[in-house]
Ligand binder design. Structure first.
Ligand SMILES: CSC[C@H]1O[C@H](OP(=O)(O)O)[C@H](O)[C@@H]1O
Ligand SMILES: Nc1ncnc2[nH]cnc12
Length: 289
C-alpha cells in the first residue's frame, strides 16, 4: 500500500489553498527546467497535499509557456499519486452556466506549440490516452464538490486550444458542433504528461463564461471572467478541503491502471536507449526503466 499525496494544480484565479498543516512553499528542481512556481506542501486531515499554481503566483506564465513537463515531473518527484487540475473554462452548453463546475472526462487537443511528451529519440514510449482521466479521482471530486454545495456536472469533453487569444465565433460554433462541452487552454498536454508519469489525473472545469457562441451573451469578455473567477476559486478551495476524507491516506493500486500506464509502453530496445534521456526520466519512468 502506498501513501496518498493529493496534488492540486490551480488554474486562473486559484493561486493557493488554505488549511494545510505544516504548510511550506518548496522549490523543486527537475531535469525539464523549473516548474511554474514553488510548490505548497503540507497535510490536510493526515493526508499529504501539494499545490502548484499553474500560471505561477501573480499569473506569470501564459498557456503556451506553462512548463508542463517540469510541473508534472516535480509533482511526481515530491511523491504525488493523484493530480487534480482545477481550471477556468468557457462553456458550450446552455445548462453549464458560469459558476457551475464540470468533471471533465475527455479532451480534444488542438494545441500545437507545446512539448507534449517526456519521451523522444533514444527512449520512445506510447501510452494510451483513450480514457485520459481517472474515474475514481473524478468521482471523488464530484462528491466533494456536491458536499460543498457547488452545482456540478459529471462527464464532458474539454477542447484544449492554444490561445492566448480566445476563439473566434466561428471556432466557438465549430467546437460546439463537435460535441465539446467546455473550452480552456491548459489541460493539454498536462493530462497526457500525467498519464506518461503514471499519475491519476482528474480535471475540474470551473465555468466562467459561455465562450462566444451564445446569442444572448455575445463575445467572451475577460472582465466578466474575472468577476466569476474569485467566487469559483473559493468554491474550488471548498472542494479541495473535502478530498482527503474521501481519498484516504493509504492508497491501493488504481483500479483503472493509471499508475501502471507505462507497463508495456516503452518501445526502444534496452541497448539502444539514450543514457542522457534515461537519466531525465528517473522520476517519471524510473519504475519501468
Ligand atoms: C482567465 S481566462 C483564460 C485562461 O484561463 C484558463 O486558465 P487555466 O486553465 O489555467 O485555469 C484558460 O485555460 C486560460 O489560460
Ligand atoms: N472562453 C474561454 N476560452 C478559453 N479559455 C477559457 N478560460 C476561461 N474561459 C475561456
Amino acid at each position: 500500500m502506498t501513501q496518498t499525496m493529493i496534488a492540486v494544480i490551480g488554474g486562473s484565479g486559484l493561486y493557493d489553498i488554505d488549511g494545510l498543516e505544516d504548510a511550506r512553499w518548496q522549490a523543486v528542481d527537475t531535469p525539464w527546467g523549473a516548474p511554474s512556481d514553488d510548490i505548497l506542501t503540507g497535510t490536510l486531515e493526515g493526508v499529504a497535499m501539494a499545490f502548484l499554481p499553474r500560471h505561477g503566483r501573480g499569473h506569470v506564465h501564459s498557456p503556451s509557456t506553462v512548463p508542463y513537463r517540469a510541473n508534472i515531473d516535480a509533482l511526481k518527484r515530491l511523491g504525488a499519486t493523484d493530480v487534480i487540475s482545477v481550471s477556468a473554462c468557457g462553456s458550450f452548453r446552455e445548462e453549464m452556466a458560469p459558476g457551475h463546475f464540470l468533471i471533465v472526462d475527455d479532451f480534444i487537443d488542438r494545441t500545437f506549440a507545446r512539448e507534449k511528451s517526456f519521451f523522444g529519440t533514444g527512449c520512445v514510449a506510447h501510452v494510451s490516452v483513450a480514457h485520459p482521466t481517472c474515474p475514481r479521482l473524478g468521482d471523488a471530486c464530484f462528491t466533494a464538490a456536491e458536499a460543498a454545495g457547488i452545482t456540478i456536472h459529471k462527464g464532458g469533453t474539454y477542447l484544449a486550444m492554444e490561445g492566448p487569444q480566445f476563439s473566434s465565433m466561428a471556432e466557438s460554433k465549430l467546437y460546439r458542433s463537435w460535441g465539446c462541452d467546455v473550452i480552456g487552454m491548459t489541460n493539454m498536454p498536462e493530462a497526457k504528461l500525467a498519464r506518461e508519469a503514471e499519475l491519476c489525473y482528474a480535471s475540474v472545469a470551473m465555468i466562467t463564461d459561455y465562450d462566444s457562441w451564445h446569442p444572448d451573451h455575445g463575445a467572451v469578455d475577460i472582465n466578466e471572467i474575472i468577476k466569476v473567477l474569485t467566487g469559483n476559486a473559493d468554491k474550488g478551495r471548498e472542494m479541495v478541503r473535502r478530498l482527503p476524507a474521501l481519498l484516504g491516506a493509504d492508497r491501493a493500486p488504481c483500479p483503472h491502471h493509471c499508475d501502471r500506464a507505462l507497463e508495456y509502453a516503452v518501445m526502444t530496445a534496452p541497448e539502444k536507449r539514450d543514457p542522457a534521456l534515461l537519466a531525465k526520466l528517473d522520476a517519471v519512468a524510473g519504475r519501468v526503466l
